[in-house]
Design a protein around this ligand. Structure first.
Ligand SMILES: [Zn+2]
Length: 518
């Protein structure tokens, strides 16, 4: 099998083989079958989605010797000449290279003459938005009073740059980008028909790399076949595309979940030794974190053909939803910072370290964090609060309450006004009055009752500035802990090594200490 064979052979030649554009095909079929033909069509969509392919199919539908049809025969001389790119009545113009008005006039002059071979003259103008204004004006005259035998098919990636006067005279169709899964599915069908051996994950890689363009997917597939000597294997395609093996990503995230900094650095080193693209790695890492977030929130939305599914689900079980969100943010930020980093490897390592060291507030402690001993949350030590009893230390009580979300915020931002056996009265500041809502009150009340093991009457009033809230105390402690953490990071051997190796500096404001939570 020689290079470029499949891309040519499998270019769609009729509506049935045009995958992913069913909505456009349905409308065009209907028009052709009911002979409701428009004289100008505009196909919009990103590059490679099949605009000119569709224009050629439409030209066959209009000129097939079997009659105007949605099912051109593909055998008559008109069909074959159109497929072969030598049909005299099909004119394809690339507006990107023919923008001048005299060229457009010349083209339009010939439009007045009857077709030589076919039923219709079909003018396909690709990248039509590149035409000059005067060229558009020249075209507009023909669009206003088109000869019976003339059909325009305009194609563009940028419909906003087409004058409204032209747009309003065209029947517009927007071609969709193909989702990677649909591309992979189509490639699988094609390879089965061709009897070419393949691994499904390889096709998913090609589908992603093609970014919505079937044309790109087909030419990548051809490359993959010649690269893999007739077989399409995931490792070979990864190699060809320079993409990162999913197992690297899994190992990285597993090391982060375990808090294993040494393993993390080892994997990053391996990746550098194999000259993998760290930018692509961060992109793919963000992609995998998205999947982890999906596994937590919408498990049904996960792809069924996930590579290493078991291992992935085990990882999802080890990382909580908030950590996944935070790591995702760090991955995106890391990509942005990559260009500013001393080198790509350093930028990548720093991004991984952020994932290792930082974690959301209210997060439970991770198993071990060798790189950041001081950032591990301290356990709540204060207040000898007898179980079930209450000594009036509301902020301490809040820390011990099993309550989350807005109800927790209500508790944290409230000060104790008075308390008695089985009754608690709180005050929230005006600025936080929205928290004193029935719903949150009920949740907080339930948490208090659970804590004390008895019924509690809870009242919340709105007041002026309130002192002694858990939130205010936390803010003060957090600043103190941040300072501690910053000092510890500066003194940490591992970080010092990094600073030496990469000539880096630790930016104090990026260091956050975890919040206490008992
Ligand atoms: Zn035909």
């Amino acid at each position: 099998m020689s290079y470029q064979v499949l891309a040519r052979k499998w270019r769609p030649r009729d509506f049935a083989s045009l995958v992913g554009q069913e909505h456009v095909v349905r409308a065009l079929r209907h028009a052709l079958e009911h002979n409701r033909l428009h004289h100008a069509y505009l196909f919009t969509g990103t590059r490679g989605v099949g605009k000119t392919t569709l224009a050629r199919i439409l030209a066959k539908c209009l000129n097939c010797e079997t009659g105007i049809t949605a099912e051109p025969c593909g055998k008559c001389s008109a069909c074959q000449e159109i497929d072969g790119g030598r049909f005299v009545d099909l004119l394809e113009v690339d507006a990107a290279t023919n923008t001048r008005v005299d060229e457009m006039r010349q083209l339009l002059d010939t439009a007045q003459y009857a077709p030589t071979r076919g039923r219709f003259k079909v003018y396909v103008i690709d990248e039509v938005h590149m035409l000059s204004n005067s060229a558009f004006n020249a075209m507009l005259k023909t669009l206003e009073e088109p000869p019976e035998h003339l059909k325009f098919v305009l194609a563009t990636t940028d419909p906003q740059r087409i004058p409204v006067t032209v747009l309003s005279r065209c029947l517009q169709f927007n071609l969709k980008q193909m989702p990677p899964a649909a591309v992979a599915e189509h490639l699988a069908r094609l390879l089965k028909a061709e009897g070419v051996e393949f691994e499904q994950p390889a096709l998913q890689l090609i589908g992603r790399a093609a970014a919505g363009s079937m044309r790109d997917a087909l030419s990548l597939l051809d490359q993959a076949i010649s690269h893999g000597a007739g077989r399409i294997l995931a490792a070979g395609v990864r190699d060809m595309l320079g993409t990162v093996d999913q197992t690297y990503l899994l190992r990285l995230l597993e090391a982060i979940a375990e808090g294993d900094g040494a393993a993390l650095m080892g994997i990053a080193g391996e990746m550098q030794a194999r000259s993998l693209s760290f930018d692509a790695a961060l992109q793919d890492l963000a992609g995998m974190l998205l999947k982890l977030a999906l596994a937590h929130a919408v498990p049904d939305a996960l792809e069924t053909e996930l590579p290493e599914r078991e291992r992935f689900l085990a990882l999802a079980g080890r990382m909580d939803a908030e950590s996944v969100q935070l790591c995702y943010q760090i991955a995106l930020q890391g990509r942005e910072d990559l260009a500013l980093a001393p080198d790509e490897h350093a930028g990548f390592v720093m991004t991984l370290l952020r994932m290792l060291v930082f974690r959301p507030e209210h997060d439970a402690p991770r198993a071990a964090q060798p790189a950041a001993p001081a950032i591990r949350p301290r356990s709540a030590s204060g207040g000898a609060v007898a179980s079930g009893g209450f000594d009036g230390d509301w902020p301490e009580l809040v820390r011990r309450l099993a309550v989350t979300g807005a109800a927790r915020e209500l508790a944290r931002n409230s000060a104790l006004a008075r308390f008695a056996e089985g009754a608690i009265e709180l005050t929230v500041p005006k600025a936080m009055a929205h928290l004193a809502e029935r719903n949150y009150l009920d949740k907080l009340k339930a948490a208090l009752e659970q804590h004390f093991g008895r019924a509690v009457v809870l009242k919340v009033g709105v007041g002026e500035a309130v002192n002694g809230t858990a939130a205010a105390i936390d803010a003060g402690e957090r600043e103190a802990r941040r300072a501690d953490a910053a000092k510890a990071v500066q003194q940490d051997k591992f970080v010092q090594d990094l600073v030496d190796i990469f000539d880096a500096k630790v930016v104090g404001s990026t260091i956050k200490a975890g919040a206490d939570k008992a």
